[in-house]
Design a protein around this ligand. Structure first.
Ligand code: TYD
Length: 228
């Protein structure tokens, strides 16, 4: 790839989000993609939600410790929204405007899946918060990693070792099955933005699928790069 062809074409970076249930391998895949983009001399930033900025990391601690749950589903959703607002304003939007490609571990689809479909928070409230926090900032590409729930939970338990499950890992199996369905529905509803990727293979094979999705959707073909 020529140096920063995508960056030169529009100046703005690309915003790529990774979504999926517990243990689907998002962080492994983000790292692999970031390494590949950096090797191609693309300016790349890896970040995550909840968190990604100093203010949002404080809210991450609140929600993952289970304190947000005590406040009830609507208020817990507001905490995720407040964290996202800070993260978008202070980290994501400035990076994109400087031409950096931003890879984010979870974003607004997590709220739609976890709090909306599973937590029964009304869609109207989620949409209203989304308008306030992200406005019209939409990911250019959302990779949804799809894996049978039992395998994902086994992977998450192995990663955790003797530590206690966090707020969402500790939910029932039916919650995690519902989560997988919620993500599959998002992928089906927004095929122009989302790609559902089979994550039930070794990490390098999955990374190949992620790269193919990115190449097909976001990288200019040699012909269009020449004519640009
Ligand atoms: P994390 O330890 O980052 O888990 P994972 O490796 O699965 O991404 O924990 C983040 C948890 O927060 C995860 O269980 C999903 C949940 N979450 C929501 O419920 N709503 C949201 O909007 C976001 C961003 C995350």
């Amino acid at each position: 790839m020529s140096e920063s062809a995508g960056q030169r074409r529009s100046g703005r970076g690309r915003f790529i989000t990774f979504e999926g249930g517990e243990g689907t391998g998002k962080s492994t895949q983000i790292k692999k993609l970031a390494d590949r983009l950096k090797a191609a001399r693309m300016r790349t930033l890896v970040t995550r939600e909840p968190g990604g900025s100093p203010g949002a990391e404080i809210m991450r601690h609140l929600v993952l410790s289970g304190m947000g749950k005590l406040l009830g589903p609507d208020a817990e959703t507001l905490l995720f929204a407040a964290a996202r607002d800070d993260h978008v304003r202070t980290v994501i939007a400035p990076a994109l405007s400087h031409g950096t490609w931003v890879l984010c571990d979870r974003f607004a689809d997590s709220t739609r899946a976890y709090q909306g479909s599973l937590g029964s928070v009304p869609a109207g409230l989620i949409n209203a918060m989304q308008r306030v926090t992200i406005g019209d900032l939409k990911p250019d590409l959302t990779i949804i990693l799809d894996l049978p729930v039992e395998i994902g939970l086994q992977r998450a338990a192995a990663r955790r070792g003797s530590g206690t499950p966090d707020r969402f890992e500790g939910e029932q199996l039916s919650f995690h099955q519902g989560l997988r369905e919620a993500y599959r529905k998002i992928a089906a509803e927004e095929p122009a933005r989302c790609v559902l990727i089979d994550a039930n293979s070794d990490p390098d094979t999955v990374a190949g699928r992620v790269w193919a999705a990115l190449r097909d959707r976001l990288l200019p073909t040699p012909a269009s790069a020449v004519s640009a």
